[in-house]
Design a protein around this ligand. Structure first.
Ligand code: FES
Length: 109
């Protein structure tokens, strides 16, 4: 595993850190690591799980089968500035990459 998901508050205070997985939504991965991550609808509609992506935004993907029901902000290159953790996960490319990457996500929780 070469990707570490790091959650922090808007003021930069660390919340949690755990290995990213390409086969599971980030909200579920967080819960599997004992983090009380807030979710509600589970389909990208309610904004409860919305996170800002502070680093390695190109390593986050959104479920293509069940796209978000709300529009998310994007960067100029088309990558996401924010995402819904209930339908977002780490890309396969990120997990296969030999280098270590910290995907830093901002969440007020
Ligand atoms: S839980 Fe509702 S948008 Fe993710």
């Amino acid at each position: 595993m070469t990707v570490t998901i790091k959650f922090q508050k808007p003021d930069g205070t660390p919340i949690a850190s755990f290995p990213g997985e390409a086969t599971m939504w980030i909200s579920q991965t967080a819960k599997n690591h004992g983090i009380d991550f807030p979710t509600s609808c589970g389909v990208g509609a309610c904004w409860v799980c919305r996170c800002k992506i502070l680093s390695w935004h190109e390593y986050i993907q959104i479920d293509k089968i069940s796209p978000p029901m709300r529009t998310l902000e994007r960067n100029e290159d088309g990558s996401f500035k924010e995402f819904f953790a209930c339908i977002g996960w780490v890309t396969q490319e990120a997990v296969k990459d030999k280098a270590n990457h910290d995907v830093i996500l901002e969440k007020n929780m």
